[in-house]
Design a binder for this molecule. Structure first.
Ligand SMILES: Nc1ncnc2c1ncn2[C@@H]1O[C@H](COP(=O)(O)OP(=O)(O)OP(=O)(O)O)[C@@H](O)[C@H]1O
Ligand SMILES: [Mg+2]
Length: 345
C-alpha cells in the first residue's frame, strides 16, 4: 500500500487505537449493561480472544462482527459463563459473569441451536419459560403474542421436527425472549432465515432495543448488521480491530464528491496546486483531500474562478468495504474508487 493510501485507510477505518478508551463512549446517559475488559481466552494452543474490551448499553443494538474463528461465539460464551476467560473481567448489570445471578435477566440465542423435535412450538416456549422462572399464567398469556411476533402463530401446535431451519431460528428468538429479559445475546440470529424473515427479525430487535434492552448480536452478515446495529466492533484474530458507530466506520472524510459549473482544466489544476487528488467521473469530481480545511480551500478556488458550486458531499464506504479493508493482506491493492457514493437511502 502506498503512503497516501495507508494514511487514507487509517483515517477511514477508525482504528481502535484512535477510539480508546472504549469505556468513555458517549451514549447519552444510557446505562452500561454488558461490560468486558481485556478479555483473553486461550484454548490449548489457540488464542481465541486477545484483550477484548466491550461495552453495550441499555437501548443499544450492538453488532460483534468478524470472520469465522474471530472469537465472536467465545465472547458470548464468556458473557454467559459457559466458558471461563483465561484473563480479564466481564459483567452484566455490574454483576461478574462468574455469578449465575448475572444471567437472570439475559436471553440467549445460541449459534446453530436445536430443539427436541417431538415438542411443539408452544411446548418449547413453555419449557424455556418455566426454566427461566416464568409462571404458567404469564406464559399462557405471553406465548401466543411471542409466536405472532416471530410469525409462527399458525405453527403453535406443530412439532418442531417439521420446522424449516429459518423457523427453528425464529422459534429460538422467541425462546430467548420468553422471560422478557433486558439483555439479549444473539449468536447469528438470522442464520438460515429468508429475506422477509430477516427483515422481521431486524424490526423485532430494533423494537426491543427501543424498549430499553441491551442487545449484542454476533454476525458475519455485514449488510444485516449495517441495517440493524447502532454500534459495531470488528474482531480480527481475537482483537478488536475497529469499533464505533456505522457512521464512524464508513465515513471517508478524505474523499469528497463535487459538482461545480463550469469545471475546466484550469480549475482542476488550481485544485491540484493545493495537493488535492482530482479525478473526473461521470460529470462530477472525485477529490482526495487532507481535511475539512482543505475542502474549504477548494471551495474558495471554485468561487475565485467565477464557477458555482452545485453539490459537495463526503463519500462513504459500506461496512463491507471497511471489513474487506481490515482483512486485506498488506500488499494487496486497495480499490481504485469507492464502491458506493454518499449515504445509503
Ligand atoms: N472449545 C474449543 N476448543 C478449542 N478451540 C476452540 C473452542 N471453541 C472455539 N475454539 C477456537 O477459538 C477460535 C474462536 O472461535 P469462535 O467460535 O469464538 O469464533 P467465531 O467468531 O464465533 O466464528 P464463526 O463465525 O465461525 O462462528 C477459533 O480458532 C476456534 O477454533
Ligand atoms: Mg460463532
Amino acid at each position: 500500500m502506498s503512503d497516501g493510501k495507508a494514511a487514507r485507510s487509517k483515517r477511514a477505518f477508525t482504528e481502535i487505537s484512535e477510539l480508546r478508551p472504549l469505556f468513555s463512549v458517549n451514549t447519552s446517559m444510557a446505562e452500561t449493561v454488558i461490560a468486558a475488559r481485556n478479555l483473553r481466552k486461550v484454548y490449548r494452543s489457540i488464542t481465541a480472544l486477545d484483550g477484548v474490551d466491550l461495552e453495550v448499553h441499555s437501548g443499544e443494538l450492538f453488532g460483534l462482527l468478524g470472520p469465522n474463528g474471530a472469537g465472536k461465539t467465545t465472547t458470548v460464551k464468556i458473557l454467559l459463563g459457559l466458558t471461563r476467560a483465561t484473563a480479564g473481567e466481564a459483567s452484566i448489570h455490574g454483576i461478574p459473569v462468574s455469578d449465575p445471578e448475572s444471567r437472570r435477566r439475559v436471553g440467549y440465542l445460541p449459534e446453530g441451536h436445536r430443539f427436541p423435535g417431538y415438542l411443539t412450538a408452544r411446548e418449547t416456549l413453555s419449557i424455556f419459560g418455566r426454566m427461566s422462572g416464568v409462571d404458567s399464567a404469564t406464559l399462557a398469556r405471553r406465548i401466543p403474542g411471542l409466536l405472532e411476533r416471530v410469525r409462527l402463530e399458525k405453527w403453535e401446535r406443530v412439532r418442531v421436527k417439521k420446522f424449516s431451519k429459518g423457523m427453528v431460528q425464529r422459534l429460538g428468538l422467541a425462546a430467548a425472549l420468553v422471560h422478557d429479559p433486558d439483555v439479549l445475546l444473539l449468536d447469528e440470529p438470522t442464520d438460515g432465515v429468508d429475506p422477509v424473515g430477516r427483515r422481521e427479525i431486524r424490526d423485532l430487535l430494533q423494537e426491543e432495543a427501543r424498549r430499553g434492552k441491551a442487545i449484542l448480536v454476533n454476525s458475519h452478515l455485514l449488510s444485516e448488521i449495517e441495517l440493524t446495529c447502532s454500534r459495531v466492533a470488528i474482531l480480527r484474530a481475537g482483537k478488536i480491530a475497529a469499533e464505533g458507530t456505522i457512521d464512524d466506520l464508513t465515513r471517508r472524510e478524505s474523499r469528497w464528491r463535487m459538482i461545480a459549473s463550469p469545471v475546466d482544466e484550469a480549475l482542476m489544476a488550481a485544485f491540484r496546486e493545493t495537493g488535492a487528488g482530482v479525478e473526473r467521473q461521470n460529470g462530477h469530481l472525485l477529490l482526495s483531500v487532507r481535511d475539512l480545511d482543505h475542502v474549504n480551500a477548494l471551495v474558495d478556488r471554485v468561487r475565485s474562478r467565477g464557477a458555482s458550486l452545485v453539490e459537495l458531499s463526503p463519500l462513504k464506504s459500506s461496512l463491507e468495504d471497511v471489513f474487506v479493508g481490515l482483512f486485506r493482506p498488506p500488499d494487496a491493492p486497495a480499490p481504485a474508487a469507492p464502491s458506493k457514493e454518499g449515504p445509503k437511502p
